[in-house]
Design a protein around this ligand. Structure first.
Ligand code: HEC
Length: 284
């Protein structure tokens, strides 16, 4: 009987994943910080995501059974992260970068879910999106059909080298999501990979981070390491905006600085190998 209950559901289900590994991934995923309000607590929802299509608020991803994801099965949480399909709601707005997380390995998504289930549950109702168009769900559904690239997802993530650096940059830390420019319909331009976006997310300027002179050709691996660990630019200024949040974490949550140093290095090394693209963004 106990086994049946565990299979059918309940708010305190056990996950197959490893929560400690999931905590590392959560940090490398910038603490999924759209889901954390500026004053915390972690995952309670309400982080603001301004987009050209209205303002969205990150949802409650704590295990509270009523207002969070406590009743969701692992498969439902995995679908929300990787397939853009939220339980009871359907197609997610592409404000949630599921199309980047789509390439997350089965093992990593299981670990991340185990970590999410270990968060203290917080009672907090989700906030409706502002400026949302009528029939928006259909629009999200069409967007997903038309634009979400079909990405193959490995059972386990690459463990080392450039393959892991790329995997982390594209599917966990999603550097790609902010630093690649988009079309008017919000579709990332594959041929401008990491070439910078102005305006980028939230109207902020996301610099060109390819190894081109108009990008970060003059940065060493250690320069990028210092940025990802300390938020410090090569000229000793502090990085600002979303990048600062992604590194430091928001609302007491973790950020890139809290992820494994080895993984930060693999991302930094990978960036040196991407195609250099000539693109001057912002004040550069
Ligand atoms: C949520 C959006 C977002 C994400 C995700 C993001 N960045 Fe950034 N990044 C920015 C913004 C915005 C800036 C500009 C910050 C400023 O003006 O101080 C920036 C700045 C930078 C810079 C400084 C470039 C320069 O020329 O000054 C580097 C390098 C960088 N990001 C690399 C990365 C890497 C590597 C990742 C993934 C591990 C990443 N970013 C993820 C938004 C983002």
């Amino acid at each position: 009987m106990v086994a049946v209950v565990m299979l059918v559901g309940g708010s305190d289900r056990a996950s197959a994943g490893d929560a400690a590994r999931g905590a590392e991934l959560f940090a490398l995923a910038a603490g999924c910080n759209c889901h954390t309000p500026a004053a915390g607590p972690i995952g309670a929802g309400g982080g603001e995501v301004p987009t050209p299509f209205g303002t969205f608020y990150g949802t409650n991803i704590t295990p509270d059974p009523e207002t969070g994801i406590g009743r969701w099965t692992d498969a439902e949480i995995a679908a929300a992260i990787r397939d853009g399909d939220a339980r009871d709601v359907g197609a997610e707005a592409p404000a949630m970068p599921y199309y980047q997380y789509a390439g997350m390995s089965d093992g990593d998504v299981a670990d991340l879910i185990a970590y999410l289930r270990s968060l203290p549950p917080v009672v907090r109702q989700n906030q409706p999106h502002e400026g949302e168009l009528p029939l928006a769900r259909w629009a999200y559904w069409f967007w997903r059909v038309l634009f979400a690239p079909s990405v193959s997802r490995p059972a386990t993530a690459p463990t080392d080298g450039l393959a892991r650096g790329r995997y982390l940059a594209d599917h966990i830390a999603i550097c790609t999501d902010c630093h690649t420019p988009r079309s008017a319909l919000g579709v990332p331009a594959a041929d401008r990979y990491l070439a910078g976006a102005s305006p980028g997310p939230g109207g902020q300027v996301a610099p060109n981070i390819t190894p081109h002179p108009s990008g970060i050709a003059d940065w060493s691996v250690d320069d990028t390491m210092n940025l990802l660990a300390l938020g410090m630019l090569p000229n000793f200024d502090n990085v600002q905006g979303y990048m600062g949040d992604a590194i430091d974490g928001r609302g007491g949550g973790p950020g890139y600085k809290d992820g494994p140093e080895r993984d930060r290095r693999l991302i930094a090394e990978y960036l040196q190998t991407v195609a250099p693209i000539d693109n001057v963004v912002g004040a550069k």
